[in-house]
Write a protein that binds this ligand. Structure first.
Ligand code: SF4
Ligand code: SF4
Length: 302
């Protein structure tokens, strides 16, 4: 079962033109700075926004499992009692309660995508699949890609590339552009910051560039994680060896906007407590210079 946690229309940062972006739930990575923590678990999750809650107790009274109770800190859930039935989200008058994760049929999703074709056609946009990690849902993803391809819709995947090559290969054939995050060149550090090593990611990146696919590389630039000279130099050296054109890297300066989402989920932002900071102008310029010295252009931002 493939769950989606968002469908965003009129998106302009997820590939060329105006796009519809479908967010698929579940990711094998757990980056400390993840902007979409509701996309990490492949299961449904309840989210609660304290500042939206007016303490009306409607959810407490309607919950069939008696799983909720009101405290001075807002609504809490008894561990193990909630069945994610969704009643509380339906009765909450302020949308303080939400469930992240909805299953849609392929036909429903294609219908939603088709509704946006007027904007796509005028802007040379299309559809983008991101997450989470879309490659965790290969059957659903492949079917959607094939059907979009038959309609001539431009198809983008925003991916970590952390998947077996036999999963990536058929999807590669049905994808027009890959947006790939390069987080760290040192595999042990990649495992520490993101939960998995990087060898599979790098070998898949070689595979898709060797196949002549269009790829846009994005580097989340984070002081304390990956913005140091050694890592950026290794990144530039590696990327300069790929059969990849145009060689352009998007540098995405760190920000911590995901903190609020962790509060909603009841999870902890940056649980390893790693000091993470946005890169200074000086550090950004140093990174730009390193990439330029390897004949790689840079763009700050998505
Ligand atoms: S999702 Fe259902 S079971 Fe869970 S807290 Fe809400 S009403 Fe109760
Ligand atoms: S129904 Fe909504 S607003 Fe009312 S107590 Fe529950 S979460 Fe808060």
């Amino acid at each position: 079962m493939s769950l989606f946690f968002d469908i965003k229309r009129y998106s302009i940062n997820d590939g060329p033109g105006i796009r519809i972006t479908l967010f698929m739930k579940g990711c094998p990575l757990s980056c400390l700075w993840c902007h979409n923590p509701e996309g990490i678990s492949a299961k449904k999750e309840k989210m609660y926004t304290r500042k939206k809650c007016i303490s009306c107790r409607t959810c407490v009274e309607k919950c069939p499992q008696q799983a909720l109770f009101l405290t001075p800190d807002g609504i809490k859930t008894h561990p193990g009692k909630c069945t994610l039935c969704g009643t509380c989200t339906n009765v909450c008058p302020t949308k303080a309660m939400e469930i992240s994760g909805t299953e849609y049929t392929i036909d429903y999703l294609m219908n939603e995508i088709e509704k946006e074709t007027i904007f796509m056609d005028r802007s040379e946009g299309g559809v983008t699949f991101c997450g989470g990690e879309p490659l965790m849902h290969p059957e659903t993803l492949l079917e959607l890609l094939r059907r979009c391809g038959k309609m001539g819709i431009h198809r983008v995947i925003d991916t970590t590339l952390f998947a077996r090559p036999e999963v990536v290969t058929p999807i590669m054939e049905e994808t027009d552009l890959f947006l790939v995050d390069l987080k760290h060149m040192d595999s042990a550090k990649h495992r520490f910051f993101c939960g998995v090593p990087n060898e599979l990611i790098l070998s898949n990146l070689c595979m898709i560039t060797d196949a002549g696919k269009e790829v846009s590389i994005r580097i989340p630039l984070i002081e304390g994680v990956n913005a140091d000279e050694e890592n950026i130099s290794r990144s530039a050296e590696f990327l300069s060896t790929l059969a990849w054109n145009p060689k352009t890297v998007h540098l995405l300066p760190y920000h911590d906007i995901a903190k609020g989402k962790h509060e909603k989920l009841g999870t902890t932002y940056n649980p390893a407590n790693v000091p993470m900071d946005p890169p200074s102008e000086e550090v950004q310029q140093r990174c730009i210079n390193i990439f330029h010295s390897h004949n790689i252009q840079t763009i700050i931002g998505g």
